[in-house]
Design a protein around this ligand. Structure first.
Ligand SMILES: NC(=O)c1ccc[n+]([C@@H]2O[C@H](COP(=O)([O-])OP(=O)(O)OC[C@H]3O[C@@H](n4cnc5c(N)ncnc54)[C@H](OP(=O)(O)O)[C@@H]3O)[C@@H](O)[C@H]2O)c1
Length: 171
């Protein structure tokens, strides 16, 4: 089973500010929808709260240490291991071979060592964020540029979209 992180990262590694995304980039939302469609998505409680609802067409799994947290339309789990086990089960039931981990920073930091793939949006923004994506070791990953988008009325910043695959023997 592939384990893919899905993330949009500014030049200095920032991914969020004040509990939200630092930008509105319509083409990145389309890319996110495309790469996660039909797959289980795992997220931290703060990211779920920031999105405000379960993402349609995907099994949503929310990691929280709070037993009382209610996430309508989503499963809640008390650990990353439990979240991944549940996601694998959901993926098998739906006949998909990949689970997606969609943030935020706490969850990326804990799951990067398990990741086989990363759907990486490089956002051409210099942002003073308060949460960051870990620095990737270039020799661990092979990357393929998939597409790009320009800054315009719908996109606060230009971006490039990449698929990273962990080099064999590095997991
Ligand atoms: N640019 C992007 O691609 C992207 C993607 C996603 C999110 N973001 C941004 O990232 C920010 C949120 O990230 P964040 O790091 O603050 O929060 P987060 O990772 O979304 O959620 C953190 C919460 O997850 C739960 N958690 C963490 N580790 C756990 C574990 N091992 N077991 C069980 N539960 C665990 C805890 O919930 P409890 O406190 O309930 O116990 C913790 O407070 C926002 O600004 C958001 O917009 C950006």
């Amino acid at each position: 089973m592939k384990i893919a992180l899905v993330v949009a990262v500014a030049r200095d590694g920032a991914i969020g500010v004040g509990g939200a995304l630092p930008w509105r980039i319509s083409d990145d939302l389309k890319w996110f929808k495309k790469v996660t469609a039909g797959k289980p998505v795992i997220m931290g409680r703060k990211t779920f709260t920031s999105i405000g609802k379960a993402l349609p067409g995907r099994d949503n799994i929310v990691a929280t240490r709070s037993q009382g947290f209610k996430a309508p339309g989503a499963f809640t789990t008390g650990s990353i291991t439990e979240a991944i086990t549940l996601a694998r089960g959901c993926a098998l039931a739906r006949g998909v071979d990949e689970i997606c981990i969609i943030g935020g920073a706490e969850i990326y930091a804990q799951t990067l060592p398990l990741a086989t793939h990363i759907y990486l949006t490089r956002v051409y923004a210099d942002i003073a964020g308060d949460v960051h994506f870990p620095v990737l070791e270039a020799e661990d990953w092979s990357e393929r540029r998939e597409s790009a988008c320009e800054k315009n009325q719908r996109n606060d910043y230009g971006c490039e979209f990449f698929m990273l695959e962990r080099n064999t023997g590095k997991l």
